[in-house]
Every structure is written in C-alpha cells, then in structure tokens.
Ligand binder design. Structure first.
Ligand code: C5P
Length: 393
C-alpha cells in the first residue's frame, strides 16, 4: 500500500511523526512531502528517518530523478493524506493553485485524498476556510474534522488536529477502498422531523443527522448509489449522495416508501416523531392560562417497512436511556428489522447531536456486536462492515 503524506506548516506538524510511524506499522510505504513552512516546525530528516524514504520538499527538483519518482508515485498511489492541513493549503487545493510541491502534487493525484485540518479556531471558522472545506468535500475529499480543545495559542476551541489514530484509520480506509457496494442502492433516513403546531411553530428533537450522514457517506465511498431522506439538518450532502429534503414524519414516510423501490438496504437512522399535533391553520394566539396540545400518533416508518418487507436489508436504530439491549431486542422483532443498532443516549457526550457514539448491533440471527466509543464516522464504518462485510479493495 502506497501512501503520500503531505505535511503543511502548522504547529501540529510534529504530530506527522506519529502518523508516519502508525502508517508504516500498518504495512504502508509512506512518501512524505513537506511545504517550506512545515520545515520551520519539523525537519525533513526526522520524517525521513521515520518513513525510511527521502522527504520531498522542493517543486524545483522537477528535472531530477527523484522528482520523476514523485510523479510516478502520484500515479500509483493508494491515498494522499495531508496532516496537518493549514487554512492556506486547503484554500490552494480548493482553488487549484499550484505554486509549490504539495499543491502541485494534489492536482496530479487521482487516488482518494484525505485532509486533516489544524488551525486556530477563528481561522477554521472563517467563511473562506469553510467554503474551501465544502468545495473539497463536494469533490470527494475525506475531511478528518478537527477536534475541540486547548490550542497552541492557549485558547480553547475547535481547530486541534484530530488524533493520529483517527487520521490513520481514515487514511487506511481511503487507501483500501473497495467498491463492494457498486451498483447497489442504499436509502438512509436521517435527522429529526418537524411536526407543525401552527404556521410558525413545530415539535422537533435534537437529532443532528450526523450518524445517518456518516453511514450515507461510508456507503457512497463503497460505491453504492445513496439516497438520504433528510429532515432539517445543517449538514452538506456527502459526495456521491442524493438528498431528498423532508420536514414532517408523514413526508419522510412518503419519501422513504418511494425511494425503497429496488433498494438493497434501508437504514432508518432518523429520529422520527411518534406523535404530531393537529396543526392550526393560523398562528395560535397567546391567551391567559395553559395551552393544551392534542397529539395524534404519526406513521411508524420502520414498522411499515418491516410489514411490507421485500428482499432489502432493513436496519433500525434504537436510542434508549434504559434497558438498552432488552428494548433494542424487542424493537428488532416488533419492527421485523434485520438489524437494530442500539445506542445508549444516557451516556454523557454520546449519541444524539454529538460527534461520538458507542453502539451494539443486534442481528435477527441472534448475533450481537458491540462497537466501543468512537467518532460517528468510525461507528458508521463498523456498522457497514457488520451488515455488508468489510470493504477491502
Ligand atoms: O421504537 P422506536 O420508535 O424508538 O424505534 C426507533 C426506530 O424506528 C428508528 O430506526 C427510527 O428511525 C424508527 N422510527 C420510525 N418511525 C417512527 C419512530 C421511529 O421509523 N415514527
């Protein structure tokens, strides 16, 4: 497995050492490329010693034998990983600027690209950086999101490089990418629903859609044609997916029933409202005393999919605060699903709205696989591996 690791000039450049070590330990041969600014933070010699290969630093070596090898490597690469990726290099990638070795190399690479941004919070949140990230994602670049925590400038915020472990896992996944779901249609219902109370108010919940979108992105990376039936969320459509926007449970039900036709699998990851008020056609006026809303039962989409199930694989989710496994097992048989992914939402920092999760996957065959706490991207991969088998190239 051949991986090129681009290192750009941020304080987190020293963490590239750990990334190189972990990649080589996994059997990858690693070619390091550094920007001039990265050399201010860490010497090429260190990364050369760890990777066992001369580090490429200069675009003007174009005539030398060494650089011709780099161009060859851009051709035969399994993945190109940039960690840390500065705001500058992300902006250059997004714009196609090729004024140094790393940015020129990016344009020459056809292998999967992974970027792990690291920078000051304000730089990360700047619309210019966010726009660059959106552009790169829309081209299929995998972005390993920075984490929140203490940054080098003794400020707390988002922008810290993700852990070397996460970056390496994402890099290996990109490098080993197979096309095991090519030609298969996968439907994912994700996010919350909104049940109107009147023209301006609604009942909803705190689902961010992150778990469902991570599953959709993972399935698309494996070559599936993916449709996300999505409640209102603040997430961009992952590369290679089509999003059908809905609001209410009723609309979600209708869209899922249309999209399930010829689907290989349907994932109900959405936090669907079980009840809906009878919506008032005009805005409800404030009056003295309490207001009573009468809620009526809405559609149970997963149960309907189970009742009318064809050959498709049906996967439900169970977010529980009590008796996780017992309740999930009940749901598995009551809803006639093939798998129920159970997550305990009583644990702090996990589940709904969070970036992390821990799940147990129950199968109709009585199997039970526990996936310990990890990012939702990693949890999504574990779920896809369990249901469809690993995606080795
Ligand atoms: O029993 P419960 O409704 O909690 O089951 C959760 C599972 O059912 C999830 O997969 C969720 O997407 C789905 N669901 C549904 N329609 C509902 C409520 C939940 O499809 N009205």
């Amino acid at each position: 497995m051949r991986i090129a690791l681009g290192v750009s000039g941020g304080i987190a450049a020293y963490k590239a050492c750990e990334i190189v070590r972990r990649l080589t330990d996994s059997g990858a041969s690693v070619q390091v490329l550094m920007t001039r600014n990265a050399e201010r933070f860490i010497t090429p010699l260190t990364l050369q010693a760890l990777s066992g290969r001369a580090v490429a630093t200069d675009a003007w070596e174009l005539a030398s034998d060494q650089t011709i090898k780099h161009i060859d490597m851009a051709r035969d690469l399994d993945a190109f990983v940039v960690a840390p990726a500065t705001a500058n290099i992300l902006a250059k990638f997004a714009q196609g600027v090729a004024d140094d070795l790393l940015s020129t190399f990016y344009l020459a690479v056809t292998a999967p690209v992974v970027v792990a941004p690291a920078m000051n919070t304000r730089m990360w949140l700047h619309p210019a950086t966010q726009e660059a990230i959106r552009t790169l994602r829309s081209r299929g670049v995998a972005v390993v999101d920075p984490e929140s925590g203490w940054l080098a400038e003794r400020e707390a915020g988002v922008g810290r490089l993700a852990s070397p472990e996460t970056i390496v896992a994402e890099s290996l996944r990109a490098a080993r990418r197979g096309r095991s779901l090519a030609g298969k249609k996968i439907v994912v219902a994700a996010g919350p629903t909104r049940e109107p109370i009147d023209p301006v108010r609604y009942l909803s919940n705190g689902s961010s859609g992150k778990m469902g979108y991570a599953i959709a992105a993972g399935a698309a990376r494996r070559g599936a044609s993916v449709v996300i039936v999505s409640g209102p969320v603040a997430l961009a459509a992952p590369f290679g997916t089509r999003v059908v926007q809905v609001e209410s449970a009723r609309q979600m039900r209708d869209a899922v029933m249309v999209e399930r036709a010829s689907a290989h699998a349907v994932f109900m990851v959405a936090a669907v409202s079980d009840y809906a008020p009878k919506a008032s056609p005009s805005k409800i006026k404030k009056t003295a005393g309490p207001l009573t809303l009468v809620l009526e039962e809405g559609p149970d989409i997963l149960a309907e999919l189970g009742r009318t199930k064809g050959a498709e694989i049906l996967v439900g989710f169970a977010a529980e605060t009590d008796d996780l496994i017992a309740n999930a097992a009940k749901k598995l048989s009551a809803k006639k699903a093939d798998f129920i992914v159970a997550n305990d939402i009583s644990a702090a920092g996990l589940g709904i709205g969070s970036d992390r999760n821990a799940v147990t996957i129950l199968g109709r065959d009585g199997s039970s696989v526990t996936v310990p706490e990890a990012s939702k991207v990693e949890i999504a991969e574990a779920i896809l591996d369990r249901i469809f088998g690993p995606d080795a190239a």
